[in-house]
Design a protein around this ligand. Structure first.
Ligand code: GLU
Length: 309
């Protein structure tokens, strides 16, 4: 694609110079050890071009980016019935907030805040042992990325389980409203493990291809979800993908994207490309600081926006 390779190289070079890199997530001990100087970016076009820059082949903890894939799987299982248990509105609150749950009777605002993703994990547990549900999520992501080397970082999962007090609180609170159907510990086990999946920018951009291509893998033509469902998942990414920074991200970047506290962001240019960026330092909303800036620069350089023809 004309200009894409050069844009990526220039942005990566510029990001390498920056000293204002944000703060690495400190509340998950395993994540606090990551080198804040890391920066990677990948673009996979619908035509099959793969363009990489910086540390694009180094795996990192995808954390909440995994919620795009668990949502996709849960919708495949229970369809629109999911929306009886999870909302579709931006929360305007931090990713781990529990305040809204009390006002809204244990129904999380959307599937991308922690509480919503824990409900999605509970949906994926139905009829399974946690190990099977986790295996299903991993197999799904491997098949989307066309890469069987993707693994779960067990140390990150254990680190989160040992310190995830707010997630425990949210899961137990939702259980009191009957919105968690299994033992909260089991739903949390699935949740912590899918957050602990490690992927590189290349693998993440590959896994996001179906969303940029109306629900179908551009390589095999295989249908992952319907075109309508792909549009809806992208709409949720745009409105809720960056927690209480979602409005600002849409304003600045203008394409659907989902971030994680590991510093990764998966972004979609519908009809054009799937993008991934990683820089571990976070801004005040818990989104990758340089990752957001890099995507803003790339979208501007390529004139990409869902709000422009
Ligand atoms: N596993 C993280 C948590 O539950 C996910 C948060 C994120 O990536 O935004 O806190």
């Amino acid at each position: 694609m004309p200009g894409l390779e050069q844009a990526l190289a220039e942005i990566a070079a510029e990001m390498a110079q920056r000293t204002d890199r944000g703060d690495v997530a400190g509340y998950i001990p395993q994540l606090s050890k990551i080198d804040p100087m890391k920066f990677g970016m990948a673009a996979v076009t619908n035509e099959g071009q793969v363009i990489l820059a910086g540390d694009a082949d180094q795996p990192f903890s995808i954390q909440s980016v995994s919620k795009v894939f668990t949502l996709t799987l849960a919708l495949g299982k229970v369809g629109d019935g999911l929306w009886r248990r999870v909302g579709r509105e931006p929360s305007g609150n931090p990713f781990n907030s529990i305040i809204q749950l009390e006002h809204e009777n244990g129904i999380p605002r959307n599937p991308f805040i922690n509480a919503g993703a824990i409900v999605v994990s509970d949906v994926l547990l139905a009829g399974h042992q946690p190990r099977e549900a986790i295996g299903e999520i991993l197999r799904f992501i491997r098949s989307l990325a066309d890469d069987d080397t993707i693994i779960i970082d067990r140390e990150v999962a254990a680190s989160e389980r040992a310190t995830g007090y707010r997630n425990f609180a949210a899961a137990h609170y939702m259980k009191s409203f009957d919105n968690i159907h299994h033992a909260p510990e089991l739903a949390l086990g699935v949740y912590f493990h899918h957050c602990a999946i490690a992927m590189s920018c290349r693998q993440l951009a590959m896994a996001g291809r179906f969303l940029a291509n109306a629900g179908r893998s551009p390589a095999s033509g295989h249908t992952v979800v319907s075109a309508e469902r792909a549009r809806r998942i992208a709409a949720l990414m745009l409105t809720c993908g960056h927690y209480d920074g979602s409005g600002d991200f849409a304003f600045r970047v203008g394409i659907p994207a989902k971030s994680g506290v590991g510093g990764g962001i998966l972004a979609i240019v519908p009809g054009v490309a799937s993008l991934a960026v990683w820089s571990p330092g976070l801004n005040a909303n818990g989104n990758s600081k340089l990752g957001s800036i890099a995507l803003e620069k790339l979208a501007r350089a390529m004139n990409w926006s869902v709000f422009a023809p």
